[in-house]
Ligand binder design. Structure first.
Ligand code: HPA
Length: 252
């Protein structure tokens, strides 16, 4: 991945990366920032196009931990290009990050998952029909969302829930029939990101922690779906997202 190595040289060595999904950007606002780089100027990156997503790579400090934070992500639905989606996590791996935190906004499918809940991803169902990996490397995903890191988070905040994330291709929201099917398949949450990045990160040797904010009940289980409501719910949950991020990052 020559572009990832070149982008990493520009960003410098870090310990932990965090990808900030819809509504998550302000969750890192309290951490001291040493450097701020527009990703569009880095090799292999493109300008994110989604409302609520920024376009910066921030070099932050969380205690002793050097954190590389991406204020937005490239979604599969923007380009249908898996390498573009995986580029930030590959850059993080090339910058020395041993852990990546993938944050997201999601629709709750399981009955107990309500708007405002923070959920640790225990596993995923990749519905995109795509993988960021090519070739003959058969990567084991049995512990994709690190059990060790989930246990650490639950020690810090016992109220955190866990769930299986269904990664949908987007950009349209799902239909109610699709949500019924995903529930039957074992999905607890649904979103349009995370799965391809998690696979790429794991294959690159990083430990993966997935954290979702439930912003709405999934299609057919609540009201109508609207990205503006997703951002409003995230804004209302900001203090809890910020507390979680500030407690967890220094311990990774
Ligand atoms: N579906 C897909 N993606 C989402 C949702 C949803 O209900 N809510 C936030 N992101």
């Amino acid at each position: 991945m020559p572009d990832a190595a070149a982008a990493a040289r520009r960003l410098g060595e870090h310990d932990v990366a965090i990808v900030l999904g819809s509504g998550w950007v302000d969750a890192v606002g309290g951490l001291p920032c040493n450097a701020e780089t527009a990703v569009a100027g880095l090799p292999g990156f493109s300008q994110p196009t989604v409302a609520g997503h920024g376009a910066l790579a921030l070099s932050l400090r969380a205690g002793e931990v050097r954190v590389l934070a991406f204020t937005g992500r490239s979604h599969y639905y923007e380009s249908r290009d898996v390498d573009r989606v995986a580029h930030a996590v590959r850059t993080a791996a090339a910058a020395g990050c041993r852990t990546v935190v993938l944050t997201s906004a999601t629709g709750g499918i399981r009955d107990d998952l309500a708007p405002g809940d923070l959920v640790l991803l225990s596993d995923h169902i990749n519905l995109t029909g795509a993988s960021p990996l090519t070739g003959g490397a058969f990567v084991d995903l049995s512990d994709l969302y690190s059990a060790r890191l989930r246990a650490l988070c639950r020690r810090l905040d016992p109220s955190l829930k866990e769930g299986v994330y269904a990664g949908y291709w987007g950009p349209n929201f799902e239909t109610p029939a699709e949500i019924r099917a995903y529930r039957a398949m074992g999905a607890d949450l649904v979103g349009m990101s995370t799965v391809l990045e998690a696979i790429a990160a794991h294959a690159a040797g990083m430990e993966v922690l997935g954290i979702s904010l439930v912003t709405n009940r999934a299609a057919g289980l609540g009201g109508r779906l609207d990205h503006a409501d997703v951002l409003d719910t995230a804004a209302a949950s900001l203090e809890r997202m910020r507390a979680l991020v500030e407690t967890v990052l220094p311990r990774l």
